[in-house]
Design a protein around this ligand. Structure first.
Ligand SMILES: Nc1ncnc2c1ncn2[C@@H]1O[C@H](COP(=O)(O)OP(=O)(O)OP(=O)(O)O)[C@@H](O)[C@H]1O
Length: 244
């Protein structure tokens, strides 16, 4: 479903990603973990066809991102930092207009909105104008908008950031519910405990390099640690020691 081979991305003289390779399969919630600046957003933007890699290959659903960006875009739903919603539209109007762009008919659209209302607890966000939303309300509608067409690959970049505990819980439960045959969810976060809760496998990035990839029990066993945060420090210390 996702195959990344030796991706490098430079911004001028700065290398944000250095030879990153890993694969993720259908039915997975796959975590992309790393501290600020690790390169998570850069990698997800490449997968979302918003940025070209400097070298290397990435295939989403069998389509090479640089060669068939439109085919990739049809498969994916993306939630990234941009929470821009038209202030004058209600959540329902936002979702209907996005459903229209994806060519969903009225019946499918209304059924999908009802389903997302139940899953994301959209509640009054549906009938309040976006200009009046709190951060949590905005993020819920941004997520609903990204999945209105029921994408095969869902890309969530730091989607829980800024959410209170109620909205965060709704989001994590929603991410769990996206796990399905034929689907892949990529969940990027710097909060290791979130990944422990929702991800089947994770790739850990640090300073643009892939530090490790595996299931959480595998990574804990490899490092002899009891949680991912401790495992991360153990792995990174190893990297730093090798670099000296
Ligand atoms: N357009 C750009 N020009 C120059 N450097 C950039 C650009 N975009 C990102 N970078 C740099 O690339 C590195 C990786 O950034 P990226 O946003 O991918 O990291 P991240 O893991 O998503 O971190 P964060 O959680 O802070 O967003 C950072 O050092 C960042 O400053």
């Amino acid at each position: 479903m996702l195959d990344i081979q030796d991706i490098t991305k430079t911004y001028g003289k700065f290398t944000a990603l250095k030879g990153v390779s890993f694969s993720a399969g259908e039915g997975e919630v796959f975590g992309l973990l790393g501290p600020n600046g690790a390169g998570k957003t850069t990698l997800l933007r490449i997968l979302a066809t918003l940025l070209s890699p400097t070298s290397g290959h990435a295939r989403v659903g069998g389509h090479e991102v640089t060669e068939s960006p439109e085919a990739v875009r049809r498969l994916i739903g993306v939630v990234n930092g941009g929470m821009g919603l038209p202030a004058r539209l209600t959540g329902r109007e936002v979702l209907r207009s996005f459903a229209g762009l994806y060519g969903l008919n009225r019946e499918t659209t209304e059924a999908r909105i009802a389903q997302l209302d139940a899953q994301l607890d959209l509640g009054r966000t549906l009938d309040v104008r976006a200009g009046e939303y709190s951060t949590g309300m905005k993020q819920k509608v941004v997520i609903a908008r990204a999945v209105i067409h029921d994408p095969t690959v869902l890309i969530l970049d730091e989607a829980a950031s800024g959410l209170d505990i109620f909205a965060r819980r709704t989001l994590l439960d929603f991410v769990q519910a996206t796990r399905a045959p034929g689907r892949l969810t990529l969940y990027s976060t710097h909060v290791m405990s979130e990944a422990e809760e929702v991800c089947d496998r994770v790739a850990i990035l640090h300073q643009g390099q892939l530090v490790t990839v595996g299931t959480i029990p595998e990574i804990l066993a490899r490092t002899g640690q009891s949680n991912l945060e401790r495992a991360f420090f153990t792995l990174v210390k190893g990297e730093d020691a090798r670099a000296v």
